[in-house]
Design a protein around this ligand. Structure first.
Ligand code: SF4
Ligand code: SF4
Length: 189
């Protein structure tokens, strides 16, 4: 499971790790989709001045921005190496804790493969398999699932689409499949 208890997804009281602050970082304003502006993932928000004060509409920023803290800000178990500006990754616990989302800077798309990040993400996947928690990498709309036994290129996701992950029995024991269900498709999950 992602280290730390306080996560920025549905928690009433967000607890920032003492000493941590965004500082010059605005990476979430690039990597995370903002529905209020239909801002796609992996593209700088038009309101952001990265490295030069950050959000230019800070007092009027949408609720989804006000409520957002990346996992590094709230998870004591994620060390300094996980500072987003350093690792080029923004982690967030989503879907009521069932999904560890790893948002990757598209200017460094293999950052999640580097160490110590990859082995840590793999460990999250191994531990998550028993509690139905997935580790999913997002590079813009591209989706990659990290499973205990493999990494799977799932495809591309558009707003409203759903990622479906299922455990299956494989020839060598536990195995997993993942696919994207298009918006409105409505297959049973
Ligand atoms: S990615 Fe994390 S540290 Fe960086 S600006 Fe966003 S919340 Fe702050
Ligand atoms: S509105 Fe501000 S806080 Fe929200 S993504 Fe844009 S620059 Fe970042």
């Amino acid at each position: 499971m992602l280290p730390g208890d306080a996560m920025a997804d549905g928690e009433d009281a967000i607890s920032i790790v003492p000493g941590r602050r965004c500082g010059e970082c605005s990476l979430c304003c690039k990597l995370i989709r903002v529905d209020a502006f239909a801002k796609p993932p992996g593209t700088w928000c038009a309101h952001c001045a990265p490295g030069n004060g950050g959000c230019r509409i800070y007092d009027a920023r949408p609720a989804e921005c006000r409520d957002f803290y990346c996992a590094w800000m709230v998870s004591p178990g994620l060390g300094e190496e996980w500072r987003p500006m350093r690792c080029k990754l923004v982690l967030r616990l989503e879907s009521d804790g069932k999904l560890i989302a790893v948002h990757v800077d598209p200017s460094d798309p293999t950052a999640w493969r580097r160490e110590p990040y990859f082995r840590t993400l793999k460990q999250f996947a191994i531990e998550g398999a028993d509690i139905n928690q997935q580790v999913i990498v997002y590079i813009r709309n591209r989706v990659i699932a990290i499973f205990p036994n493999k990494e799977v290129e799932v495809g591309t996701m558009n707003p409203g689409d759903h990622l479906v992950v299922r455990e299956v029995r494989g020839p060598n024991g536990r195995d997993w499949i993942a696919f994207i269900e298009a918006a409105g498709q409505g297959a049973a999950r």
